[in-house]
Write a protein that binds this ligand. Structure first.
Ligand SMILES: [Zn+2]
Length: 482
């Protein structure tokens, strides 16, 4: 049978087309700060903020709290968006977070309690016994504490110290009352041998103390534990030097009270938008983005992530930069005080240099005044500092109170906190300062571009055996340690 010319050509074409190698990936231009900043758009931040808010409002709780559909939708959205870029290796890291609910009732009256993270569970009943002083020493605990429920003031030492002292003294339950207004939301920091331990407000603490003066007070304390499965998302550039990594992070979870669009939709989306736009460029160093869960429960996602890194992997991270709340309505422009010049609390070598990078950028490139922000480890950079990794970050402020001096710099309202909607249902897209959000996201882009190109402005890489600074902080995310 004669082959037609036509089929020969087709056959040849067929073999030809299979023989042609896949086209070389288009060579991307090396990232440059001004080019990366130019493609950070207000409209993109707003659109993505709307998406997160819609996730929250599609749920019964109207929030993006860990383990809920609102938070899981956030995680899925990040993964889908990053995967579609085909520029990152994307990893979803599961972790379980302890969660507790509790009740305290006394003579048929219910008191609001906040079980401490890492508390034991249990149902206990017995007289309340007031502990002397602040319960930081064994001598503060009268013998009557044994078999009963200890009532202790907040102050001076960690909640864990108080909870352990109470347990050693034989307490079957521990109630710690606040020493400032409001419900005490605390963490014991890590798992340990505690009785069921809860925080209450100062007002309720004073009520209980007054009742004790009139005779025995029998309390029923019930703490139930559960575990919440949640997820970190980590995305690292396929390109760039994997031995020298810039890590960039923000937390994805909200508190239960609201959708968490400034805290921390703003930071999550800020780094997402930088990650998306970075995919138009190449980098010399690897850039690793991390979206952490469980921040509000005590930096649990970031802590888990750092705990899974070997020392060798930790040493590859030249710098971690963190973004938590970058669109506050009563804003300031703050840079983490990595050199300790303002608050006398400095970070590992490299933390001062990144602070300098941003001081220089805001002053000389965009002419925006900045202030140092206390390097207190209160957000997800805490676990990185604990591991001796240099860190930095930008924020527009959380629950700090704005001063007259800051009003002179930025406008706004003195005597009011930076985000009056902090940890409330009013933390919505409508209540953000979008101009601030854009400027701080461009600040992220500047650091990502600068360090994506080179770490030459940072001190030499730390050696595994070099001495690392260790800090103790008073807060982990939304929870107090003492
Ligand atoms: Zn936050």
């Amino acid at each position: 049978m004669k082959l037609s010319v036509y089929s020969v050509i087709l056959a040849a074409l067929g073999s030809l087309s299979t023989a042609i190698p896949a086209p070389e990936p288009r060579a991307l231009p090396l990232v440059q700060s001004n080019q990366l900043r130019r493609v950070i758009l207000r409209s993109e931040l707003l659109d993505k903020g709307r998406i997160l808010q819609d996730f929250a409002y599609a749920t019964e709780g109207r929030n993006r709290y860990i383990g809920t559909p609102g938070h899981n939708a956030t995680v899925n959205y990040l993964v889908d968006t990053l995967d579609a870029l085909d520029y990152y290796d994307v990893e979803v890291q599961p972790l379980t977070v302890p969660s507790a609910s509790g009740t305290l009732s006394i003579s048929e009256v219910d008191y609001e309690v906040a079980p401490m993270t890492f508390t034991a569970e249990g149902t206990v009943s017995g007289p309340i016994v007031l502990v002397s002083n602040l319960g930081c020493n064994a001598e503060d605990y009268p013998t009557e504490v044994s078999g009963n429920i200890a009532l202790i003031s907040r102050g001076s030492c960690t909640f864990a110290t108080k909870a352990i002292n109470a347990k050693v003294a034989g307490a079957i339950g521990t109630i710690i009352y606040n020493n400032v207004e409001g419900l005490l939301q605390g963490t014991l920091g890590e798992a340990g041998d505690y009785a069921p331990t809860v925080g209450i407000s100062l007002a309720d603490g004073q009520t209980l103390i007054a009742s004790l003066a009139n005779g025995a007070v029998i309390a029923h304390l019930d703490v139930d534990l559960s575990e919440i499965l949640t997820y970190n998302v980590i995305a690292e550039t396929k390109g760039g030097d994997k031995e020298n990594v810039l890590a960039v992070g923000a937390h994805t979870d909200s508190v239960q009270a609201g959708p968490g669009i400034n805290d921390n939709g703003s930071g999550s989306i800020g780094i997402l938008e930088v990650a998306i736009q970075l995919s138009k460029f190449s980098t010399n160093n690897a850039v690793r983005f991390g979206w952490w869960s469980g921040e509000e429960e005590g930096l649990l996602g970031a802590e888990h992530y750092v705990s899974t890194l070997s020392q060798d992997e930790r040493d590859k991270i030249r710098l971690y930069i963190n973004f938590d709340m970058i669109a506050s309505p009563n804003f300031v422009f703050e840079i983490y005080d990595g050199d300790g010049s303002a608050f006398n609390l400095s970070g590992p070598s490299g933390s001062a240099e990144v602070e300098n990078l941003w001081e220089d950028y805001f002053k000389n490139e965009v002419n925006i005044p900045t202030k140092p922000s206390e390097f207190d480890g209160r957000s997800d950079y805490g676990p990185f500092l604990d591991a001796g990794i240099a860190a930095g970050g930008l924020t527009s402020g959380a629950d700090g109170v704005k001063t007259d001096e800051e009003v002179a710099l930025y406008g706004g309202t003195a005597g009011e906190i930076y985000d009056p909607n902090y940890h409330t249902a009013r933390d919505t897209l409508e209540n953000l300062n979008v101009g601030v959000w854009v400027q701080l996201t461009k600040g992220i882009a500047h650091a990502v571009a600068s360090y994506g190109r080179s770490f030459e402005t940072l001190p030499a890489k730390m050696k595994a055996n070099e001495k690392r600074e260790v800090h103790t902080f008073n807060r982990k995310g939304g929870k107090w340690l003492y």
